[in-house]
Design a protein around this ligand. Structure first.
Ligand SMILES: Nc1ncnc2c1ncn2[C@@H]1O[C@H](COP(=O)(O)OP(=O)(O)OP(=O)(O)O)[C@@H](O)[C@H]1O
Length: 288
């Protein structure tokens, strides 16, 4: 399911003294099955942008076309779009409210009018996708779980509606390192195994560099750069001028290159860096 955004502008409180241009002439396309990282300094327009992708916000001008359907067309049923495009806000676990995990995850499908006999299979499927054991957990209260597990329940609630596009606003915020890693691995698997298109807002250059096929960089309401991680992170000075940095491991490789070492600089993970360093130094100890 493709996403096409054309000349999208969004002005909050237009015509008042509080008017604020949050998005200005933003255009891009995302293909089905891509993992896109969305980065940008605070206030650059990321949240405003993602809320347009499932019709939660309406463009001041320009268009958003999901799978060939223009969300601004009068005939478009926004409810249908919301089932196809799952939006996971920051700290989604704060919106859990049912007494059991089962009821919380079934809430969306019930609202969609899914017949009751199909619900157990849908809830089981969604829980399996996020690595939660259906039989063990379905009757438990979400409030007995750890923060990371609660977030998985919230995510399962969105996945139960079988979205083709999943948009997440800083999904790892507030999780410990183990919880972060597990969640990111799970998202990558959702893309690879289930073919779900993923757009992930993140403040972590490391995470987007490692996971995203392409990265969008927002700056002051405009789409400043969109490209593969190596294209985006080759523009270090431009990123710096927007208050952003490079993944630390990329920076390390660039420093080695600047000091005359013949290393590849488009390196985004520790594993890649170790391989590259061992290749260049022939497996010998680096410090002798
Ligand atoms: N509901 C609103 N009413 C008025 N202005 C808003 C509203 N929401 C956002 N803005 C303004 O729009 C601009 C873009 O905000 P937005 O929340 O989209 O940025 P962001 O990149 O998601 O920021 P952050 O990283 O802090 O979440 C900012 O100048 C912000 O102050």
């Amino acid at each position: 399911m493709s996403i096409v955004v054309r000349h999208l502008t969004h002005i909050y409180m237009q015509g008042t003294p509080f008017e604020s241009i949050a998005l200005s002439d933003v255009s891009f396309e995302i293909s089905a099955g891509e993992f896109v990282g969305l980065i940008g300094h605070t206030g650059s327009g990321k949240s405003t942008l993602i809320q347009h992708l499932n019709g939660l916000l309406k463009p001041t001008s320009g268009s958003v076309i999901i799978d060939g359907v223009d969300l601004s067309d009068k005939s478009t049923r926004i409810k249908d779009i919301r089932h196809k495009v799952g939006l996971v806000f920051q700290y989604p676990e704060q919106q859990l409210f049912e007494e059991t995990i089962y009821k919380d995850i079934a809430f969306g499908p019930i609202n969609m009018g899914i017949p009751e006999q199909r619900l157990p299979d849908m809830v089981r499927y969604a829980m399996e996708l996020v690595g939660l054991d259906y039989d063990e957990l379905k009757e438990r209260s979400p409030f007995e779980l750890s923060g990371g597990q609660r977030r998985r329940v919230a995510l399962a609630g969105v996945l139960a509606m079988n979205p083709e596009i999943l948009i997440l606003d800083e999904p790892t915020a507030g999780l410990d390192p183990v919880g972060r890693e597990a969640l990111l691995t799970m998202l990558k698997e959702l893309q690879i195994k289930n073919g779900i298109t993923i757009i992930m807002v993140s403040h972590s250059m490391e995470d987007v560099a490692r996971l995203a096929d392409r990265i969008m960089v927002m700056n002051k309401g405009r789409l400043a750069i969109m490209g593969k991680p190596d294209e985006v992170f080759s523009k270090g000075d431009m990123l710096k001028s927007m208050g952003l940095g490079l993944p630390q491991i990329t920076e390390l490789m660039q420093l080695l290159a600047q000091r005359g070492k013949d290393v590849k600089i488009s390196i985004f993970s520790l594993e890649q860096a170790v391989d590259e360093i061992l290749k260049v130094w022939g497996g010998k100890a680096l410090v002798q």
